[in-house]
Ligand binder design. Structure first.
Ligand code: ADP
Ligand code: ILO
Length: 344
């Protein structure tokens, strides 16, 4: 393999950190699952507009390709090689009263974590048999959940296009054909092995075998962040008692994208800030101060509609889950204050 063709104006973390020296040191390395540097970087090479551009095929990718991954992890999370990740999933430690009790600004709140099953390759390097095994064992565990978490599993295979499109439009289900995932082999054998579990109210959902083997999601209308977090924590603990997740003391929960390592948590609100959105510089000054990310309302790489944005924590590694949600809460309080001032 030769050094890839990366245009001069490419701004992804791959383009920034894959120097010719790093490339030379890693180009012939392979993990025990047969995952190569070429596979790890293909998404960023094929999609030059990537923000990051790399994926791991297994936990070992993070050590085998460390000269590249460590740089990206440090750049994205500000987390160094010697740092240790800490987890805290105690809702009592979260100080998050509803920032919008009158429901003027926050439309909905969602918190998700990514999880992968211990001792198996991640999605980019998994075989069809292993992926199907993940689906059957995870669904077996999910089918034993009780109370608010009780629900049913809906495989993508056999789901009608209408039902699938409706679930996507309503923000419950992952999209199909993501070009970033496609290029790293995460869409192989689609739609087999993929599906969604949810309770009747669709306040608790689990995506199976998308970018990560599990995405555990708690969501509801309005801004009661603590209620959403508490439900998520209950769900994580219940599932964890049935399925062992891949976790490492240095980088926390192992995920296929390095941006998700650590807590693997993204806590977001859909929030209407049409006045603030007219001054993107002021908007960004607030989100940067609280380590937040702005996305459009149909997920990553989508646009805003009617001044409504998806605002979430940017940091996920080297901070606890409680801190990740606290970042989001505190930033949202500041955004609402700014929007109110502009409205007046
Ligand atoms: P992820 O959160 O899993 O990284 P995306 O950014 O692609 O992935 O979002 C997945 C889906 O979740 C999208 O349909 C998005 O609109 C929806 N979503 C995210 N945050 C919220 C929210 N606060 N309320 C409602 N839907 C949300
Ligand atoms: N590979 C894509 C997405 C990176 C971060 N997001 C997720 C969903 N992992 C990129 O580099 O832009």
């Amino acid at each position: 393999m030769n050094y890839p063709n990366l245009p001069e104006d490419c701004t992804s973390m791959l383009c920034k950190h894959l120097t010719p020296e790093v490339f030379e040191a890693l180009k012939d390395k392979t993990t025990a699952n047969g995952f190569t540097l070429e596979q790890a970087i293909n998404s960023g090479v094929m999609n030059i507009d990537s923000g990051i551009g790399v994926y791991a095929g297994d936990e070992e990718s993070y050590s085998t390709f460390a000269p590249l991954f460590d740089k990206i992890i440090e750049d994205y999370h500000g987390f160094g090689k010697e740092d240790k990740h800490q987890s805290n999933l105690n809702p009592d430690d979260l100080n998050a009263p509803n920032p919008d009790p009158d429901g003027e600004f926050i439309i909905s709140t969602r918190i998700r974590v990514g999880r992968n099953v211990a001792n198996l390759p991640l999605g980019p390097a998994i075989s069809k048999e292993q992926r199907d095994l993940v689906e059957s064992s995870v669904v077996e565990g999910l089918n034993t959940l009780e109370g608010e978490l009780e629900g049913s599993y809906h495989p993508l295979l056999g789901m009608s296009k209408e039902v699938q499109d409706e679930l996507i439009k309503d923000h419950f289900l992952f999209k199909e054909g993501d070009r970033f995932l496609d290029a790293v082999g995460l869409n192989r054998n689609w739609p087999e092995g993929r599906g969604i579990y949810h309770n009747k109210e669709k306040t608790f959902l689990v995506w199976v075998n998308e970018e990560d083997q599990l995405r555990i999601i708690s969501m509801q209308m309005g801004g009661d962040i603590k209620e959403v977090f508490t439900r998520l924590v209950n769900a994580i603990k219940s599932i964890e008692s049935k399925v062992q997740f891949s976790y490492n003391d240095h980088i926390g929960y192992i995920t296929s994208c390095p941006t998700n390592l650590g807590t693997a948590m993204r806590a977001s609100v859909h929030i209407a800030v049409p006045n603030l959105a007219k001054d993107m510089e002021a908007f960004k000054a607030i989100t940067d101060k609280f380590y937040l990310q702005i996305r459009g309302i149909h997920g990553e790489h989508s646009e805003s509609e009617g001044g409504v944005y998806d605002i979430s924590n940017r940091r996920r590694l080297g901070i606890t889950e409680v801190q990740a949600v606290q970042d989001m809460h505190d930033g949202v309080v500041a955004l609402i204050e700014a929007e109110k001032a502009l409205k007046a």
